[in-house]
Design a protein around this ligand. Structure first.
Ligand SMILES: [Zn+2]
Length: 303
């Protein structure tokens, strides 16, 4: 849902398990301020930290509204996070939207899933309104933006391609199935197979593969094959104009996009049908380092 808001800045927040990233946007979408703060793991402290961040981002400007992206299942109608465990809070529902609105003196607050706001942010940054944002992070999920409208689905599961079971003999997934695409194509699947040093695993893998290390090439290409399968599922379901690769691993940049594009072309080679869809030509990246989810969260509020 979007909220009707008055004059002033729009604030967007991407609240993750370790940090909160925030932006303040002018009416035309210009980023006026950007700041990060650690995520406290007690509800009252989280609300205080977030309210303080909103105040710093807005400065002397009035706040027209606050959009928030959070991990997990959200009821956008009530602004409630169905299970706050992904924020390091106790299990169970957390009425983030109403509580934050109260803290901010009645400013409108809209809450949405973080992958969905990333899809909105990718649309804003790329000037596109028809895309799927495939988040390659701890998990694997997509936000689907069709003709400028988020497709959440009848039960909020739209874009959950990570739980397409792909290998019945594969690893047990957190969802209870075996061999889900998430166990093969999430960022975590990559770091499990190529651990590297903390924080540098994806870059280290691409560097080793580029240097000709056969083991690195095998890990890179089989991971890219699994990501390509997720991309094909999205294209064959909703046929978006773009599939944007996002999430932590996408920081590798163009070499990652190229590996997935190559995997798509390998799979399409024997199929005139797939070749005709030119799926590899639809792959895109969000600009490196851009606060895509926070910008998308601000865009939950009508400009
Ligand atoms: Zn699963």
């Amino acid at each position: 849902m979007t909220a009707a808001v008055g004059p002033g800045v729009r604030v967007g927040l991407d609240i993750g398990g370790t940090k909160v990233e925030g932006v303040a946007l002018a009416g035309d979408g210009t980023v006026l301020a950007r700041e990060r703060t650690p995520t406290p793991h007690r509800p009252a402290e989280l609300l205080t930290a977030v309210a303080d961040l909103v105040g710093r981002l807005a400065g002397s400007a009035a706040v027209r509204g606050v959009g928030v992206g959070v991990p997990g299942i959200v009821d956008p109608g009530t602004g409630t996070l169905v299970d706050a465990v992904n924020l390091g809070l106790d299990e169970g529902p957390f009425a983030l939207g109403p509580l934050l609105a109260q803290r901010l003196g009645g400013v409108p607050v809209v809450v949405e899933n973080d992958v969905n706001v990333s899809a909105l942010g990718a649309g804003a940054l790329l000037g596109a309104d028809d895309l799927a944002l495939l988040s390659l992070g701890t998990g694997l999920a997509a936000g689907v933006l069709l003709d400028g409208v988020l497709r959440r689905g009848a039960s909020g599961a739209g874009g959950e391609v990570g739980h397409v079971s792909f290998d019945p003999d594969g690893l047990l997934c957190g969802c209870g199935q075996r061999g889900c695409l998430e166990t093969l194509a999430a960022g975590r699947a990559l770091t499990r197979r190529w651990p590297g040093r903390p924080g540098d695993a994806p870059d280290a893998l691409w560097t080793a593969a580029a240097a000709g290390d056969p083991a690195a090439i095998a890990v890179r290409d089989s991971w890219a094959d699994a990501v390509a399968t997720a991309v094909r599922v999205l294209v064959l379901t909703v046929d978006p104009r773009l599939v944007v690769l996002g999430g932590g691993v996408s920081a590798v940049g163009e070499p990652l996009r190229a590996a997935v594009a190559d995997a798509l072309q390998r799979a399409a080679a024997p199929s005139p049908f797939l070749r005709g869809l030119a799926v590899h030509e639809r792959l895109a990246l969000v600009p490196a380092g851009a606060p895509v989810a926070a910008i998308g969260a601000a865009d939950l509020l009508a400009a």
